[in-house]
Design a protein around this ligand. Sequence first.
Ligand code: FAD
Length: 453
Amino acid sequence: MYDPLHDSSPGCGEKYPDSYWADVSTDAPVDDGQVKQDIDVDVAIIGAGYTGLSCALHLAREHGIKAHILEANKTAWGCSGRNAGFILKSSGRKSYSQMSNQWGEEVMRGIYGEMCAGVETVNALIAEGIDCDQQAAGFIKVAHKPKAMKELISLANLQKKMFGYDVEILSKDDVRHRYMDDHNAYGAIRYQDGFGLNPLKLAWGYHKIAREAGVEIHCSTPVIDWHEKKSANEIKEKNRQQLITPNGIVTAKKVVVATNGYTPKGFHPLITNRTLPVLSQIIVTEPLTDEQLLACNFLTSNVVMDTRALKYYYRKLPDNRILFGGRGAITGKSAEDPYYAKRLLSVLKTSFPALQNLKYDYAWSGWICMSLDDIPHIYQNDEHSVFYSMGYCGSGVSFSVQAGKRLAQKVAGKAVPNLPLYQKALPKFPLAPLRRVGQWGYFQYGRIKDNWF
Ligand SMILES: Cc1cc2nc3c(=O)[nH]c(=O)nc-3n(C[C@H](O)[C@H](O)[C@H](O)COP(=O)(O)OP(=O)(O)OC[C@H]3O[C@@H](n4cnc5c(N)ncnc54)[C@H](O)[C@@H]3O)c2cc1C
């Protein structure tokens, strides 16, 4: 499997992974084909995931700027077509109380407002006619041990007080009788407004809306090299960016890098050593029979996540399969080792012992993008010719759309809110060549913490 820390390109025209989403989604959108000659454009966007598509759409609709998207493979071939499809008011890994301690309450509220705006924009775009198999609203955060329930209750109280957020506190019995009989659940809190959907259909919907707005989307067009072309007349004209693709050079006034966890090795100095791609693994089981559903009292199709340091997440899909996810392998080389899918299945069975004979039909993984300070960053170079948004830390389905909207404002030269997300560059990882060793160390720490403390 492509490994962003080792490979210099994610491929060219690669097919989608063998995921459940790729199997059940029909009606793939038409694109504008591979770039086959040299072209001059105002704005080139690299990557056709949610970030790139949202940036292009908002550039067209709100700023009258036509963008050209260059995608190495197919629309949403990266994370956007492989994720779990949880729409949540969050991104990154920093808690709201950590934000408040670090930056003060006003900034924390500003960030919360951006997360909410992300969900609102997703809902507004879906309302334009995207059919993406939305499920009933509700996000259940499950305590994986009694001690974790105390932390969830204080989180719920904080969110009620700070944001007037409607958070329900559920005892162990409430969870097991009203939602699902998860034997690893020691209580939970439940938000009314998270939900699950088909992430690939969502991306295809954005793709169609963006093209209708005039965006050109060139699939099978990897950017394999990148030069800055010095302008002959430095006073009148700015330097141009030259993006080398297999069959044509794209010369752009401005470039947006929307490659997140799929950013190739050494792609651009603005990003080098500032992200850590981490594999997240998903399995989708065979459909549960009525007897199996009854045996686990699996009543809900709400999205569920636990409180472990190394989190597990799951939900019941519309055809009664269970999607179950957690951490995957460390390197691309071992990504397809069935060990990781089998490990997820065995954890699922500890939650639902009645499903001992259950098998999985689908298994795949994808690269999430970690940042050193646990928040996404939307930033640019000093010349305002190269922009990026990345570092969603595995939580970007809704926020990437807001990030794309803010990126579009930056590209158009408009002001964006004065928040650390938008005003600071991704920090560099110290000892960057050892990032994977650090990741391995964190996995060991997480395992010990989750099991023993
Ligand atoms: C298994 C998994 C589960 C997840 N579940 C959730 C969830 O439930 N909820 C949630 O909020 N978030 C989730 N996420 C994270 C979420 O999917 C991402 O944050 C989001 O999709 C990022 O979108 P993006 O557009 O920034 O990047 P991507 O969708 O990864 O798009 C990047 C694109 O860039 C292209 N590219 C890279 N290099 C080049 C190049 N040189 N030239 C041209 N194109 C290039 C790639 O081909 C790729 O298509 C999950 C992620 C994974 C992997």
